[in-house]
Design a protein around this ligand. Sequence first.
Ligand code: GDP
Ligand code: ZN
Length: 363
Amino acid sequence: MVIGVVLRSHAGGYLVYQNELDVDFQCAARGRLKKESVSIFTGDRVELDEINLESSTAVISARLERVNLLPRPPLANVDQIVIVQAIHQPEWSPLWCDRHLIHFQLEVPTASFVLCFNKSDLATPGDIQALRSIYEPLGYRVIITSARTGFGVQALMKLLDGKISVLAGPSGVGKSSLLNALKSDLSLKVGLMENQFGVGRHTTTASELYRLGKKTGKNLTNAVTWVADTPGFSLAELKHPTPEDVAPLFPEIARLGQACKFSDCLHIVEQDCNLLANLHQISPERYQSYQVLIGEAQAEQKQRQTTSNKVEARVKQVGGKAGRAKSIPRLNDRYRAPSRREEKQKLRNAAVQHEHTESEESE
Ligand code: GDP
Ligand code: ZN
């Protein structure tokens, strides 16, 4: 069985890398897969058939089981999410960080999470210590880099080694510079060089894998280091948790919240809330993010409630007895079904009309 990893897809085909042969194959999917609507995304591991080394073509005969799937941009088998920020220029944004941590934890809970703070050349040791002290105690990997000086780039490479990672960060923080530092030859950007298909057909809705390095080995899953690049998401695109979903995604809040005597406490206003009593144990930036996210989740919940109330106002219950009532749409007067009386009157009119016509005819 020959297995490859999908690097990118384009109209009608896939570019698939096969590790032992070290070849990128231009592939079509077997008709059966299409018929069965088996989706194939970047990052998917697939079985190859009808391999032609001369033309570097093959056919995808099956898709292997996925570990996970990041829906947007679609990327399968994500090992790791690396949230990239600059310490300065642009200034580090705790809210951006926490928002994206929450988003990706909801999307791919099985991935591991790394926070990469770039532009360390512009930072003081105090800045760096402050960042570490916020995120490391929570169990997140923190890595400090400078694409400019090369500081931390080796350590970052080691973290990425043999995995499929998503680099997420707003523009300007140095993602491209880091990728360049990781692999000086960025012509290795898949799809821009090694294949003649699909060039210029780039879409931001699909994801692409960048190949950063490879080892000779049998085990495909960790022989090659892959990185996908995303600019982060707009508010509307981010996953929206319900208010109750938020606390479990903040490990420090979840921990203190467990000892809270109110089972449904959101740890924002309640008197005697255990978290509020121990607020000094939490970093102010994190609690601020938490408050913002709770506020947004509540506003959204309210919005949903109002919408569903409006829908309810447009229906009425008919059919009396409890449990047996039916909801039917309330109709505008114009479209109201005629009452019995109106119905009778109409029939009478019609009958009179009918009599008249008949008598006219008989005359
Ligand atoms: P991207 O939008 O995240 O891909 O960011 P770029 O890689 O394009 O970098 C944005 C700007 O930040 C460029 O002017 C880079 O030269 C600069 N830059 C990137 N990394 C560093 C760094 O480590 N230190 C400093 N001082 N500047 C950096
Ligand atoms: Zn509480």
